[in-house]
Design a protein around this ligand. Sequence first.
Ligand SMILES: [Zn+2]
Length: 235
Amino acid sequence: MVKEKIQYGSSTIEYDLDFSERKTLGIKVHPDKSVQVTAPINSDGQDVKEKVLSKAAWILKQQDFFLLFHPLTPPRKYVSGETHLYLGKQYRLKLVDSDKESVKLSAGWITVSLKDKSKKSRVKRLLRSWYKSKAEIHFNQLFKEKLHVTNSLTNESPTLKYRWMEKRWGSCDRNGTIHLNLELIKAPKVCIEYVIIHEMCHLAHLNHSSAFYGLLDKLFPDWRETKDRLENLMV
Ligand SMILES: [Zn+2]
C-alpha cells in the first residue's frame, strides 16, 4: 500500500493506493474520511492520479457526508485553567467559590461562581445553560439574517430549533424545521452561518445530491473552507 495525495482546488485529498487483479479503478471513502484507491496491477501511476483527480468532487462530497456524523470536541474536565471555546475564541475557565451561582465572560476568562467548585457536574450544568442562553441569542439573530435565502426555496417560512446533538451540526426535516446543535455556539459565527445555509439548502433538497451542492455553492461559495475551519477547530 502506498500513500498518495492530489490537490483539488484548495483541498488536498490523501489516499491509500493498492493494486489488485481487477480491470477498473475502485475508490472507497470510509466513514473516518480515509480514501482507499485500488488500481489494476501494472497501471501507470500518473494515470491513476488523473483518474482519482477526476473523481475529486465526488470524494469530497462523500467525506462531507460522513463528517456530518462526528463533530464534537474532546471531553472537558471542568477544572480551573482549562480552555473552553465560545464563538471561535479560546477562553480559560476560572472557578470561584461563592454563595451566588453565575457565569461571566471577561477578557479571556469564563468565570463560573458556585458554592463548591469541586463539584464538576454542577460546573458543567452551569456552563451548559450559559452556552444555551448565548446560543439562543446568536442562533436566532443569524437565522433571521439568512431567512431571505429561503424565499426562493420554499413557500413556508422554516422554524428554528436547537438542542445538544451527539453526532451532527444540524438537521432539517420535511416539515421545514431546522435544528442546530447547541455545540455550534463554540464555533466562529461564519461557521454557524455555514451550517444554517447548509440546512436551508435542505429545504429544497433533502439529500446530498449534486443539485444540493450546486445550491450550496451558489449561496455560500466558501463553504468548503468554512467547513474545514469548523471541523479543525472542534476536533
Ligand atoms: Zn446535510
